[in-house]
Design a protein around this ligand. Sequence first.
Ligand code: PAF
Length: 283
Amino acid sequence: MRQISSISELRDQLRGQNRVAFVPTMGNLHEGHMSLMRIAAKHGDPVVASVFVNRLQFGPNEDFDKYPRTMQEDAEKLEKEQVYVMFAPTERDLYPEPQDYRVKPPDDLGGTLEGEFRPGFFEGVSTVVTKLFNCVQPKVAVFGKKDYQQLMIIRRLVAQLAMPIEIIAAPTVRAEDGLALSSRNRYLNEQDRAEAPFLYQLLNDLSNRVKSGRPNLDQLVQLERICADTLANRGWKPDYFEVRRQADLQRPTDENLSDQTPLVILAAAKLGQTRLIDNLEID
Ligand code: PAF
């Protein structure tokens, strides 16, 4: 595997490759990322992974400085998955000048849910992903469903800016107790780690109630509130616990709820010092 930090060296290395499969990451790789690499290998060849902690997508009070950086371990893991290139630009490589051009998603998609609680987050993600796509020029790129809203935003970005890239959605990888794998799980202390799978349990409970009870919109709002209150009563600080339409992440109407429009439940809550997000499609 080649480890490359400069954009021109990356371009030289990938010249003539016309079916590159790309997995962008911020490093601190875990089994969830490894599954993305395997999915990428099924859709293209060679596989290129990027490791870059993108300052633009962190808010002023977020964990940019303490975000885990584990470059050596990441390289070893990628090597084992037969990744062809690990593209690990420094800030100076990727942002040689302050990045004052930005890619801003529309408010209906980028300003809601995560966007409401993390202003600027999706602008930072969309900007860096556009830039990484321009560097790697992949045919396909793989994004995890764990970051459901991010996946939807990247899909819309690629469609709207006519980028010739197929976006593949990868299923969320979970620990045995249901907790979605995330680099931020390492911030959980022992007690919080034991509590953390409750978020997924609650997503399943709500999903089952929606499937069996066919609530109307008012009833759904009540059910969502009960979920958020349940979390709060157990010591979590919920940001949102909401059912949205899978296609555009907007609130479902009464009609959508009765005509089986595909829905997804999205949740974010803080447990101790750690903010967890998760989601579940209601099929
Ligand atoms: O999902 C992530 O790890 C990041 O948001 C991404 C897509 C690598 C952009 O920095």
